[in-house]
Design a protein around this ligand. Structure first.
Ligand SMILES: [Zn+2]
Length: 414
């Protein structure tokens, strides 16, 4: 779960399993750590403090007495975790959504990068428990993991230890995005990304489908509804089961979104494209509960998030443009036909095209008119627009991008 950090520092968390489980000493450390976090949360709540440094000033002395053996760095990091929990709590209180007093139940600990050592060659973590007592955690390494360990440009961030795995944060400075030579415009829909790829004078239709996502959402929604009926006598159980359904749903969708994003970015990188997406920020819903659920923006926002951070990590330029009217405007004459449309956009001037593809062409026009640096001088030329060939960036049936074949890979050559 990479997070953008100040100074354009990028962080990516990589999970490792341990070759022989967690040694008992480390398990005790996790328990102590959780205790320290919960104590710090209590102090924070009593004194209305949410900053790590203030917590340290207030409570470090007492803590040292209660946890005399704990490595001092770990204690400081426990304050950090507590501060994070408190900040979340305060935000929830402000939004006045349902909340209970925070308490960390999950067994975990976090060590800052100066509080542990990682032998990147052999994949062994040296974690100090207390003075004179260290444990060695042997990591299970795959090719995916080696990629991060061997990359010398990545520095180490914090280490999170969980009962069954550890998460190492790798950090690097955001690479400068390349100068785009083409553009990939994508309109994000419920079941697919639809758009155009513009290079030179040629424009082609591209598509990345993820039909499974809507199906998963529907299935989990039905299940939750059934659970709620079945457990209507026991709200606590109903909440618990629904929450579990929810996190399963999120995991399943997440996985598919990552695959779609990887396929799209692989293509963009190979063509030196700038990726242009619509800005989903301002979009609000109408007052129809059922429709709202069906069209839930969550997976689409998630997909954008994933595309953006992956692109940032790899130095692929991404632009977001205001999607207003993009699905209703004619890119040729600028009219906004007010008749309701089916799957096809039809304009009085004779222009007709798939509604979603049309939207992506409007995104390109907006990007150009806003002066965004979309591959200097690229523009949409209806004459060079190839309606007939659809390039598939991601094919869910194959689980990966189908390599462009003979007819569809001669991009830009007409
Ligand atoms: Zn028109």
């Amino acid at each position: 779960m990479p997070v953008g950090l100040k100074e354009q520092m990028l962080v990516k968390g990589v999970a490792f399993h341990l070759e022989s489980g967690l040694p008992p000493e480390a398990r005790f450390l996790l328990e102590d750590f959780r205790l320290a976090v919960n104590n710090a949360i209590r102090v924070g709540l009593q004194t209305h403090t949410t900053s790590r440094n203030a917590l340290i000033r207030l409570a470090y002395g007492d803590f040292r007495e209660n946890h005399p053996k704990m490595y001092a760095q770990h204690l400081v990091s426990a304050f950090g975790v507590a501060a994070g929990v408190l900040k979340n709590y305060r935000r929830r209180v402000r939004m006045s959504s349902a909340h209970r007093v925070p308490y960390v139940k999950r067994l975990m600990m976090k060590a800052e990068n100066q509080a542990y050592k990682l032998d990147r060659e052999n994949g062994v973590i040296d974690l100090p428990i207390r003075a004179g007592c260290h444990v060695h955690l042997k990591l299970v390494l795959s090719r995916y993991h080696r990629k991060y360990l061997d990359d010398a440009t990545l520095s180490l961030g914090s280490l999170t230890v969980l009962p069954d795995r550890v998460i190492v944060a790798f950090r690097k400075e955001a690479p400068k995005p390349y100068d785009p030579e083409s553009a990939l415009l994508l309109d994000t829909n419920e079941r697919s990304l639809d758009g155009v790829f513009v290079q030179g004078n040629g424009t082609r239709i591209v598509k990345a489908e993820f039909p499974a996502v809507a199906t998963i959402q529907q299935r989990h929604h039905d299940r939750r509804r059934r659970l709620q009926n079945k457990k209507s006598h026991d709200r606590r159980m109903a909440t618990f089961l629904c929450r579990r359904e929810g996190s399963r749903e999120h995991r399943r969708i997440d996985y598919r979104m990552h695959q779609v994003a990887n396929a799209v970015l692989k293509f963009a990188e190979s063509q030196k494209s700038a990726v242009v997406l619509e800005d989903l920020k301002g979009i609000k819903f109408k007052r129809n509960k059922d429709l709202n659920r069906r069209l839930s923006l969550w997976p689409r926002r998630k997909l954008h998030q994933i595309i953006e951070y992956k692109a940032q990590w790899r130095g692929i330029p991404v632009m977001k443009v205001d999607p207003r009217y993009s699905s209703r405007k004619c890119p040729i004459c600028g009219r906004i036909p007010d008749s309701r449309m089916g799957t096809e956009f039809v304009c009085e001037c004779g222009w007709r095209l798939d509604r979603h593809i049309n939207a992506s062409i409007n995104l390109l026009q907006t990007a150009i008119s806003k002066g965004l640096e979309v591959a200097g001088g690229l523009r949409f030329d209806p004459g060079a627009f190839q309606h007939d060939v659809v390039m598939t960036l991601y094919d869910p049936a194959r689980g990966a991008r189908s390599e462009p074949n003979g007819t569809s890979c001669a991009i830009g050559v007409t």
